[in-house]
Design a protein around this ligand. Structure first.
Ligand code: DGJ
Length: 745
């Protein structure tokens, strides 16, 4: 009783006590972190014919105010205002982030430990250094609230007019964050109208060209295949600034992302008709964790700008690629005979030796043994078994690989061999020994594509294995000069037993794992020619090409289909990387039949090879093959190192034509194809040659024939005449072709 009276008294005292004697509830106060003011500036990234200008205002916001032809003094842009509404971040942000006022397509979205998504980047410093043939400008930006640091790196290749862009993110905070979206680059343009040329396709029809005007809103090109990122789309594009496409005139921007996994290219045109292009790794299922102090480096986005139309943009990319973007990009790779379409899995040592004899007698320079040479317990006699078991099948080839490779060398040929080290057939010893290495999701079916599963390259043990496959294959003979690295499936039901609960890392770390292996390969085998094959052209990107000398452009060897595939590829990638083979007719992929000469003339516009059983050729066909190979060797330096000019597009008419011109303009080779001949009354088609010196006289000689299809054959004409309408070879039948060599007098 006494106790309850006491409590009542205490409550009464508290209730009547003055306010100062009680503890006040804490009032919510919003505090804004101060951003240090800086002096406004304009940072110029320049090449011989282009200028990229980055404006920094006094708060440190960075905006892209110009990309295109040089404008003179960069400082003219210091007070430039775009007239952009404040809802868009008060202008064309150079690296727009989720947070602040920006509401467009972001380059960066970070989720912080407290659940917030806001990042606002401000300029801290920048520096410019010369290294690796480029002038590199790095801008250091910071979010002052979260301590996130972002560097934007611009590598300018002066003579090629190419600028590489990428970003690096460092978690400067004390807790882990998630990168929900982290682009390599964001490029803001103000041309009003934009015509996008991009690529679509499928197996055996890669790099089909599509063109679309960009309307207001967002257009996205994306791959979520995980591997084989270029089978259905390609991480590259040409953008004509204006309403129409021209090979020869107008401003064109070329872009390509150097990444062999999921990617996304987004093009957002806003109400002011400005275009923002955000490019990088796709955020699909990849909320990438970044620990305190850790750095994430994005892949390079390659940009070029040209005032000489699509042709100019392609030539810039090709020049850069040969010098910098492709492994061994300036070398001339050998012609070859590949065993695949000639023998498939069905061969003995004797079969291969006879093919080598034939290749040597036709003047080819290498023999490549494709699929089917390995696996004992689960022999690789079809595509259902053996992948993963990379020991020689001695029942099939008892004399061994060295015997065959040495035989090729004794005939003056180099020797190459096929591997597909990222894959495993369920029917293999490897699948039994290491089921945990297979890409899989708990409890779910592991789907097969081409009867095979994918190995999990995010796992370092798998990386060691894949490197070991390459390494051990190379040990089979000291005479192996070339490896064809195949990769025949995409990712499905993605998952890694190695990554545990951090499955968000899978898609990115698969690709990083692949690149780790390729770096090890290149450190040990710098001189081996390595072809990038992925069911044909499913890994044609500048990320892979950093390590590979060439690509197998497509499994489709039909010259008719190759016209569009090679045309599309040429928009972004140089001819030097384009493996292109003459195969048998009816074509194994399409059933089409075209002449051997047409097949040679198409294949000779890239790295020429043959992929058939030579013993099935008639004597007459052999003679033509000899002739075409000999003439190819006489002009192939132009294919490998010359400047490409596309003269007629297979999408725009009945002809396709292109030419390669030596840098000194003294020699050129012209390829012309009639794809559809409609009417004898129409007569010949005139091709206007490009890239020649107008004043110089060139002797023109048709290759691979006794009787030329052009009245001017064997004579000399000025570059101006050839460019001005005088060159009209008579290609008067569907699927006929001609190759002309031009040499300055
Ligand atoms: C797919 C490739 O693209 C072909 O050239 C051939 O190497 C096969 N794989 C072999 O299985």
């Amino acid at each position: 009783m006494k106790r309850s009276i006491l409590l009542l008294l205490l409550a009464t005292v508290i209730a009547i006590a003055p306010a100062w004697a009680r503890k006040a509830p804490k009032k919510f106060v919003h505090e804004t972190v101060a951003i240090p003011e800086i002096s406004p500036k304009v940072i110029a990234v320049e090449t011989d014919h282009t200028q990229l200008l980055l404006q920094v205002d006094k708060k440190g916001s960075v905006r892209t105010v110009h990309y295109g032809a040089p404008t003179g003094e960069a400082a003219q842009f210091v007070s430039f205002r775009s007239g952009y509404g404040s809802l868009y971040g008060s202008g064309p942000m150079t690296y727009p982030t989720v947070g602040g006022r920006f509401i467009g397509q972001p380059a960066l979205q970070v989720k912080y430990a407290d659940g917030t998504h806001n990042t606002e980047l401000y300029y801290v410093s920048h520096e410019t250094v010369s290294r690796g043939g480029a002038v590199t400008t790095t801008l250091h930006l910071k979010d002052y609230v979260t301590a996130l640091e972002v560097s934007l790196v611009y590598e300018a290749f002066r003579a090629e007019d190419v600028i590489l862009m990428h970003s690096e993110v460092v978690n400067g905070g004390k807790k882990a964050v998630e990168l929900l979206d982290v682009a390599s680059a964001s490029l803001n343009l103000d041309a009003g109208d934009y015509l996008l040329t991009h690529f679509y396709g499928d197996w055996a029809m890669e790099m089909q060209v599509e063109r679309t005007p960009l309307t207001h809103g967002v257009k996205v090109i994306e791959s979520r295949r995980g591997t084989q990122g270029t089978q259905n789309t390609n991480p590259s594009f040409l953008l004509s600034c204006g309403k129409s496409f021209s090979e020869t005139e107008g401003e064109v921007i070329g872009g390509a992302l150097a990444w062999s996994g999921n990617y996304r290219l987004s093009f957002e045109k806003n109400h002011t008709d400005r275009l923002n292009i955000v490019t990088g790794i796709s955020p699909f299922a990849s909320a990438y964790p970044l620990a305190p102090g850790a750095r994430f480096t994005t892949p390079q986005m390659i940009y070029t700008w040209s005032a000489e139309g699509a042709g100019g943009a392609s030539r810039n990319l090709h020049r850069w690629a040969r010098k910098q973007g492709v492994y061994g990009g300036s070398q001339v790779n050998p012609t070859l005979l590949n065993s695949w379409e000639g023998a498939y899995f069905d061969f003995t040592t004797e079969t291969l030796l006879r093919m080598i004899d034939d290749a040597a007698s036709m003047g080819l320079e290498m023999f490549v043994l494709d699929d089917g040479w390995f696996a004992m317990d689960h022999p690789r006699n079809n595509d259902k078994a053996g992948l993963g078991d990379w020991e020689l099948n001695t029942n099939k080839l008892p004399e061994g690989i060295d015997y065959i490779a040495s035989y090729a060398h004794s005939k003056g040929l180099k020797f190459g061999i096929w591997i597909e080290p990222e894959m495993v057939n369920p029917d293999s010893n490897l699948a039994e020994a290491h089921p945990e290495w297979v890409v899989q999701a708990p409890g779910r079916e592991i789907y097969q594509t081409r009867n095979q599963w994918l190995l999990d390259l995010s796992n370092p043990a798998v990386q060691d294995f894949v490197f070991g496959v390459f390494d051990r294959t190379m040990q089979l003979s000291a005479n192996i000069d070339y490896i064809k690295w195949d990769s025949n499936r995409e990712v499905s039901s993605f998952g890694s037993t190695f990554l545990g609960e951090e499955q968000d890392r899978f898609y990115i770390e698969y690709v990083q794992g692949l690149y780790n292996v390729l770096q090890r390969v290149r450190a040990k085998y710098p001189d081996t020619i390595v072809q990038c094959c992925s069911s044909g052209g499913s890994r044609v990107d500048y990320g892979a090409l950093k390590y590979f000398n060439e690509v197998w452009t497509s499994d489709n060897t039909d010259a008719i289909s190759r016209v569009r595939i090679q045309y599309g590829t040429s928009l972004i990638y140089p001819a030097s990387v384009m493996g292109s083979h003459v195969s048998a007719v009816p074509n194994h992929q399409t059933g089409n039949v075209v002449s051997l000469k047409f097949r040679f003339d198409i294949a000779s516009a890239g790295r020429l090879g043959m992929e058939l059983q030579p013993k099935n050729l008639t004597a007459e066909e052999r003679a033509l093959a000899d002739r075409c190979i000999t003439s190819y060797k006489g002009y192939r330096d132009l294919v490998f190192t010359g400047d490409l000019y596309r003269l007629a597009s297979p999408y725009e008419g009945d002809y396709y034509a292109l030419m390669y011109v030596s840098p000194d303009k003294r020699r050129a080779v012209v390829f012309a194809y009639c794809l559809r001949y409609q009417n004898r009354g129409v007569g010949t088609h005139t091709f206007r040659l490009q890239g020649l010196d107008p004043a110089r006289k060139y002797k023109v000689k048709e290759q691979n024939v006794d009787k030329s299809c052009w009245w001017g054959d064997g004579k000399a004409f000025t570059g101006a005449f050839l460019a001005g309408g005088g060159f009209n070879p008579a290609l008067l039948k569907t699927n006929t072709s001609a190759v002309f060599l031009l040499e300055a007098e």
